[in-house]
Write a protein of this length. Structure first.
Length: 190
């Protein structure tokens, strides 16, 4: 569509300056190139850099998609391995693994099988033995106070312990540390 009236030289200069700025501004160059290509295809060669940039962006997007797909496949492979390990190690059977998968789904698939297995074990503790304390710890059972050694290594009487429990605790801590150091030194010499 041709202009209806002849533009004045000032209007021409103003519109030329505006088009020049739009076509050289990185924010608007792409849109101007699209308009020029649509309206004046013979002039579109002036914007070949925009076409080149679009091709580069398309290649980058394609490469990113390939990388994401590879990462997703690797993640799925790790999940499949974890699932298989839960069954082959004998920790869980197929039905229990299905329950673990429900936990994964419940958390929006953000958990792996090992983490979900920990939650499953917490929510479904094994039923071992009767409920309650062992028979020797039931009400009425006798209990002996454990003996604590003093600095000399001999057991302390309960009255001595009750008189100064902090010192007895410190002595026990030092004895454990000394024993730990002896074990580590012996291991290092081997």
């Amino acid at each position: 569509m041709a202009p209806r009236r002849q533009l004045t030289p000032i209007e021409m200069a103003d519109l030329s300056r505006m088009f020049f700025e739009l076509s050289h501004d990185p924010k608007t160059r792409k849109q101007v190139a699209k308009l020029v290509k649509e309206k004046f295809p013979d002039r579109a060669s002036s914007f070949s850099d925009v076409d080149m940039q679009e091709q580069i962006e398309a290649l980058r997007t394609e490469q990113e998609q390939k990388e994401q797909l590879a990462q997703a496949r690797q993640f799925q492979s790790e999940l499949d391995k974890q699932r298989g390990d839960l069954i082959t190690t004998g920790r869980y059977n197929e039905d229990q693994v299905k329950d673990i998968e429900k936990i994964i789904a419940r958390h929006g698939s953000t958990l792996d099988y090992n983490t979900a297995a920990v939650l499953y074990a917490h929510e479904n503790p094994p039923n071992g033995g009767s409920e309650g304390p062992p028979p020797d710890e039931r009400p009425g059972a006798t209990w002996e106070f454990p003996t604590v050694s003093g600095k000399d290594g001999k057991p302390l009487a309960f009255a001595d312990f009750a008189a100064n429990p902090t010192a007895a605790a410190q002595n026990a801590a030092y004895q454990v540390i000394t024993e730990f150091k002896r074990r580590n030194v012996g291991t290092a010499r081997r």
